[in-house]
Every structure is written in C-alpha cells, then in structure tokens.
Design a protein around this ligand. Sequence first.
Ligand code: 2BA
Length: 109
Amino acid sequence: MKMIIAVVQDKDSNRLTDALAENDFKTTKLSTTGGFLREGNTTFMIGCEDGEVDDALEIIRNNCSQREQMVAPISPMGGNADSYIPKPVKVEVGGATVFILPIDSFFQF
Ligand code: 2BA
C-alpha cells in the first residue's frame, strides 16, 4: 500500500476531488499554507494499493494546472526599508507537488 501526498493549488482542489472520487479513490483534504508564498493551498492524502498509484498520478496530472504568479519579495532584514522598493517577481506554481510514501500497516477500527 502507498500514501500519496499531493500539494495542489486551491483553484484545482474541487476539480481534483471530483475526479478522484469518480475513480473510486478515497481522499482526505487538508488546508495547508505554502512556506514560500504563504498562501493557502490544499494537501491531499490518498491511500491506495501499489497498482493504483499510476492511475492516481495520471488523474492528479490531468486536473492540476501550472500557473504564473507575481510575488513581492520581503524587504531585506536590517536594511534601510525607506529606500527598498519591492519589485514583484514571477514564479511558476503547481500543477502538483507529489510525495509517495510506503505504508507499513493500515487499520480502520
Ligand atoms: P509555496 O512554498 O508557497 O511555493 C509556491 C511556489 O513558489 C513554488 O511552486 C515555486 O514555484 C516557488 N518557490 C518556492 N520556493 C521558492 C524559492 N525558495 N525561490 C523561488 N521560488 C520558490 P511549487 O514548486 O509548485 O510548490 C507549490 C507548493 O507545494 C509550495 O507552496 C509548498 O506548499 C509545496 N511544496 C513544494 N515543494 C515542497 C517540498 N519539497 N516539501 C514540502 N512542500 C513542498
């Protein structure tokens, strides 16, 4: 058995939930915050059999889009904030950041 942990953008969350449910995957969604953008994103926990991992990855791939986002950098620590004019930079976010973990045991009581 494997646990798929997928961090996706909030905008893709409902679409991905529906697509996984349509294909009989069981999911748990967590509201999470990215450490870089400090914005909300959604983390899916998907427990599945080893042989189902490729199908799940395909569904995640097909339902999560890459987007460009402008970010204003944080002002430098200890610097003169008066003369600091933050210049927004473009970062590419998503589609999904996926981790696959082996599961030793699975119980439902
Ligand atoms: P955030 O940490 O908010 O990162 C959002 C996007 O900002 C990243 O998109 C990446 O394009 C960019 N970014 C992140 N750190 C950067 C840095 N030090 N310098 C320049 N650009 C940077 P993604 O790579 O698609 O990641 C989307 C979200 O997935 C992340 O949101 C974070 O919540 C999660 N994530 C990504 N890699 C992770 C990892 N190795 N471990 C845990 N969570 C991860």
